[in-house]
Design a protein around this ligand. Structure first.
Ligand code: MTE
Length: 317
């Protein structure tokens, strides 16, 4: 193939800009451009006031807390993967071009009643809560984030899948005018990801509409993204416009681009290295620590059961 297939996350660590330097340079630039409100270095959240903003903060569900410190919002909000807006971590300002209202989620495929639902109607009708989750990128960095949203299982209840539905296929918007990086022919846009229906029904699978007690900032994948904390971060698709129930295993964007390196399951496992780097440990953003990575990112008790009998599958890529 002709194109350069190296992804942002394949940057050797030694080549990455030291984070403190990156952050201070970035906040100076963006503060100068008037994009930041309040504390320098902290991007303003969604600039469009929306009907459901006032529902925040959602009540914390104490069943999902962890022992790690929460990653400061200013770090998280300035270190993102959102390839629709560029291939670096500094996409926060470019992502402000994302228009998050009106926003309609299409639910279709093998369900009792396919429907289009406005994001505010969806949020109002769902059981809302806040959860503290780990977030482990396949690039071997991690964060801890207070996500607000609702269990993906609640959406299953709304959608009423038919018995033939085996998978959920998620799709991000495809709008190269709004997101210029989508003009790049390198990537098979739109961003797609998928899970099995059993994974979708697991307690941990969470649809996110906010973070840090507020509506979701655009660079986090507003107004609706997935959080699957036992899997590598690339499974947690952002800015979802469509959820299809299907009998065919969906092929995600990264799997389509580089199947030798990225697969469908993508469960976190410190013992199975990426073909080009170790997954044994991770850099904790916002600290100087590198800590051992845990099987299923520390969530084995919730999810190990899902993979019994599937040992022959490529569960860890
Ligand atoms: N979803 C879309 N639509 N586009 C993306 O580029 N990047 C993925 C995932 N979801 C991505 C996406 C990757 S590689 C990771 S690690 C996480 O989002 C990053 O989420 P964060 O920016 O909130 O840390």
């Amino acid at each position: 193939m002709q194109y350069h297939r190296r992804k942002g996350w394949e940057l050797p660590e030694a080549q990455a800009t030291p984070e403190a330097l990156f952050l201070s340079r970035r906040s100076a630039l963006l503060a100068g451009a008037g994009l930041f409100a309040g504390v320098a270095g902290l991007p303003a959240r969604a600039d469009q006031q929306t009907e459901t903003d006032r529902l925040h903060p959602y009540p914390r569900n104490a069943a999902f807390t962890i022992e790690r410190d929460v990653t400061p919002e200013s770090i998280n909000a300035n270190y993102n993967n959102f390839y629709e807006f560029g291939g670096t971590k500094s996409v926060a300002s470019a992502a402000q071009a994302l228009k998050i209202r009106p926003w309609v989620l299409k639910i279709d495929g093998l369900v009792e009643t396919p429907r289009d639902i406005g994001i505010d109607d969806l949020i109002k009708s769902m059981p809302r809560e806040e959860r503290l989750y780990r977030h482990r990128c396949v690039e071997a960095w991690s964060m801890t984030i207070p996500w607000s949203g609702f269990p993906l299982r609640a959406l299953l209840d709304l959608a009423k899948p038919l018995s033939g539905a085996k998978y959920l296929r998620f799709e991000t918007f495809n709008d190269p005018k709004m997101a210029p990086a989508q003009r790049s022919p390198i990537y098979p846009w739109p961003y797609v990801e998928g899970v099995t229906i059993e994974e979708a029904a697991n307690d941990l699978a969470f649809l996110v509409t906010g973070a840090y007690g507020k509506p979701l900032a655009k660079q986090f994948g507003a107004p609706l993204r997935l959080a699957l904390p036992w899997k590598y971060g690339f499974k947690s698709i952002k800015s979802i416009v469509r959820i299809s129930f299907t009998d065919k295993r969906p092929v995600g964007l990264w799997e389509a681009l580089q199947p030798s390196e990225y697969g469908f399951w993508a469960n976190v496992n410190p013992k199975v290295d990426h073909p080009r780097w170790s997954q044994a440990s991770e850099r904790v953003l916002g600290t100087s620590e590198r800590v051992p990575t845990l099987l299923f990112n520390g969530y084995a008790e919730h999810v190990a059961e899902l993979y019994k009998g599937l040992e022959k599958e490529r569960l860890w890529a």
